[in-house]
Design a protein around this ligand. Sequence first.
Ligand SMILES: O=C(O)CCC(=O)C(=O)O
Length: 251
Amino acid sequence: MTGYVLLPELFTATEVERLRDVVEQVHAEVVSAAEAGETTVNVWPDGHRLETVRGTTIHWEPDAVGKAVRSLSPVSHLHPALEALWGEPRLVEPMSSLIGAAAGRFVAKLNFKRAGVGSEFAWHQDFPYWYGCCGEAAYDIATAIVMLDDNTAANGAMTLIAGSPADGPVRRDPLDPTGLLVDPAIVDETRAVTVEAPAGSVLMFPGLMVHRSAPNRTASDRRSLLYCFQPTGRPELSALHYNPERLADLP
Ligand SMILES: O=C(O)CCC(=O)C(=O)O
């Protein structure tokens, strides 16, 4: 069992083109609201700067020359086309199979790896952050990544450790100030799979998947929508509070 599902070109070229326009419109609106000073600022223990505006948190690229957005979360409330994806059967049906229950909303995120500045995501499981927000319910959350551009090794395609969800929560990096990253010393890179796929493809995996992505050093953007689903009827991430003390329960 690899623990992940890749659905190549699940969305048509026309649908992808429309979603690219939508995410760039959302990006422009959020950045101009931030520039107008409508934000509250929060700096994480790793020095990354987060700003909240219009109900979304902007995570800025830590090392870019000038300002570049790394991610927006949550994002679906900012455009009807993003809201509509929560009810899209091509996502909901396979995600329901993956989590073993009718899939409902947890959080939607928009990740940018802009040309030349999109940075690495180090080895991690999504699980510890979610565990800090909702405890044991985090075991039932999984993510569908909708690729809005072709994903290649050169532009920072996702690399997964096949089969890693079966290992459960793995040892975290004692040197990481956020306490959320996987200890790189325990990653079995012989099982690593870099998922290259054309725009419109969707990659699905549970929160226990060990994964990373490399920087984008190409001349083209690599943008993705990440829809995180959970069994219906549970509170969404935006209604929860992150409690880092809960991480003490985990390896
Ligand atoms: O978009 C990527 O390359 C990585 C995303 C990721 O790992 C995350 O948001 O947790």
